[in-house]
Unconditional design. Structure first.
Length: 105
């Protein structure tokens, strides 16, 4: 893992990092989060992987990531995708239905 750029954004309370990873296949976002958390000593919940780029036929991947100071700032500034938002809504509905069943019993 070679650091290319590291910039502290004090306005958004985060660290913006760009680095290279050499691997035979595309690394998963979870793998990269673990590597970053080990290197920077911050929890994985505070890390957001923006993008993973490569050039055709190359084994080096350029990764852009944002490391927030705390979870509250991450929730405040990061956009939740439609898929994740829909999943959260479904989970809350299921929890409410289960609660309603327990109260009626």
């Amino acid at each position: 893992m070679n650091n290319l750029k590291q910039k502290h954004n004090s306005l958004l309370n985060r660290e913006e990092i760009t680095f290279e990873v050499e691997k035979n296949s595309i690394p998963s976002k979870e793998e990269i989060k673990k590597q970053i958390s080990n290197k920077i000593k911050k929890p994985e919940e505070n890390i957001v992987i923006s993008k993973i780029n490569t050039k055709f036929g190359s084994k080096t991947f350029e990764v852009s990531a944002k490391v927030y100071d705390n979870v509250e700032n991450k929730k405040k500034y990061e956009v939740i995708s439609r898929k994740e938002r829909k999943k959260q809504i479904e989970e809350t509905k299921k929890a409410e239905e289960e609660k309603a069943k327990k109260t009626t019993e």
